[in-house]
Write a protein that binds this ligand. Structure first.
Ligand SMILES: [Zn+2]
Length: 411
């Protein structure tokens, strides 16, 4: 503990605050929302970014799997484009970057670093070629699955659904190739959303440390999307023998933060689903489209009835992960604009991020530890993923599955 008491503002001045998950791109595409606009029911805009000193955001490229079935790549590209359009629109405020140095450079030049991560391996449509091209467009992490299993990796969202085909061991041979190709490219492997078996299978084979871009601790809130203490330690120990380990970026969603909220959400699920199904049927009868925003509106009206957990509960997750996995292995993955506004009390946008810093200081975390949690840990992992990528590119290892179009012919 330092003798001199530091303030949250002082810590933030010397930190680069990095958030690894915001679903704002759907607003860009579907609502014509621009970052310069007022929040209007959303969580993230330029004003709130500046107020909260947020330095970098990984915008989530998430393709709703039913709605865009058969057009995953097209939707993926439209979302990627929407992020780049925002950077074009606000060139004096935003900077598109794809490296740790880029994040630091943007910070030094007082610009907000814009990055991208894909949420859900279905975006690659079973093609390593697509994966490589997403990397070329600047995508720097991919969650192997979203809530849907995709044939080569299983999701915690449907692992108990026997009507969904699952892999035998968590990853198919192609799935292992995907992980290897991500390691080789320097794209962070994100294990948020995957089933426990897929998680462990991935950790056995990955050559680089992994991230959980937006997950919490299962010991505090027993949701399958959260991670057990053993999994938290496994992320901390992920990567090769010389690795400094991965990082778990804590999700702010009330349902993953608070057990009481999670239970209440489960209890109202049948009623909520009924309302969605009825609205869907009404739209079909009227010949009107029923898109994700329509469903989300109904879901939100139900979840708004559940009391918000206190902010201290979110801090409990950070604290728990720091104690179980180590302070070098925890960070922030808000899920802003992806949780229908269901966030702990007083946490509505990046403008409220200083409250997290203050709460950590109040609990005795040093300025140095705060800087790690706010972004330093993620930067370390990002750097190591790039270093491993350089090693693997020198190796030229053959893939397990059938030859991909751009691979060399084996002798
Ligand atoms: Zn998610």
């Amino acid at each position: 503990m330092t003798a001199k008491k530091v303030t949250a503002a002082e810590v933030e001045k010397s930190a680069i605050i990095i958030d690894t998950h915001a679903d704002t791109p759907q607003r860009f595409v579907d609502e014509g929302f621009n970052l310069g606009d007022p929040l209007n029911g959303g969580n993230l805009n330029l004003d709130s970014i500046q107020k909260g000193n947020l330095g970098a955001e990984f915008f989530s490229i998430w393709v709703e799997p039913t709605l865009y079935k058969g057009h995953d790549a097209r939707r993926t590209l439209e979302l990627i484009d929407s992020v780049k359009q925002q950077v074009t629109k606000y060139p004096d405020k935003l900077m598109f970057v794809a490296t740790p140095e880029g994040i630091e450079y943007a910070h030094r030049t007082h610009k907000f670093a814009v990055l991208m991560g894909i949420e859900g391996g279905h975006s690659i449509e079973n093609s390593l070629a697509l994966l490589r091209q997403y990397y070329a467009l600047g995508v720097r992490y991919m969650t192997l699955t979203w809530s849907n299993s995709n044939g080569w990796a299983d999701s915690s969202g449907d692992i108990d659904d026997t009507s969904v085909p699952h892999t035998k061991e968590g990853l198919t041979e192609f799935g292992k190739d995907v992980v290897y190709e991500m390691n080789r490219l320097g794209m962070m492997v994100d294990i948020s959303h995957v089933s426990d078996r897929t998680f462990y299978r991935t950790l056995v084979i990955t050559r680089a440390p992994v991230i959980a871009s937006h997950s919490g601790a299962r010991a505090l809130c027993n949701a399958p999307r959260n991670m057990t203490d053993d999994m938290l330690r496994a992320v901390a120990n992920s990567g090769g023998p010389n690795s400094k380990g991965g990082v778990v970026q804590v999700n702010f969603f009330s349902g993953f933060v608070s057990q009481a909220y999670w239970d209440a959400m489960k209890a109202q699920a049948p009623e909520r689903q009924k309302a969605v199904d009825e609205a869907k049927a009404r739209a079909a009868a009227d010949g009107k489209p029923f898109a994700y925003p329509d469903e989300e509106k109904i879901q939100r009206s139900y979840m708004d009835k559940i009391p918000r957990p206190p902010l201290s509960m979110l801090i409990d997750h950070i604290d728990h992960i720091a104690k179980v996995a180590g302070v070098d292995h925890v960070g922030l993955g808000s899920d802003f604009d992806g949780v229908s506004g269901q966030l702990p009390e007083g946490l509505d946008s990046p403008a409220d991020l200083p409250k997290i810093t203050q709460a950590l200081l109040d609990r005795g975390y040093s300025a140095e530890d705060c800087r790690k949690i706010l972004g330093g840990n993620l930067l370390r992992v990002f750097r190591e993923v790039e270093a491993v990528s350089k090693e693997l590119q020198a190796e030229d290892r053959p893939r397990i599955t059938e030859k991909q179009p751009f691979d060399k012919v084996a002798k």
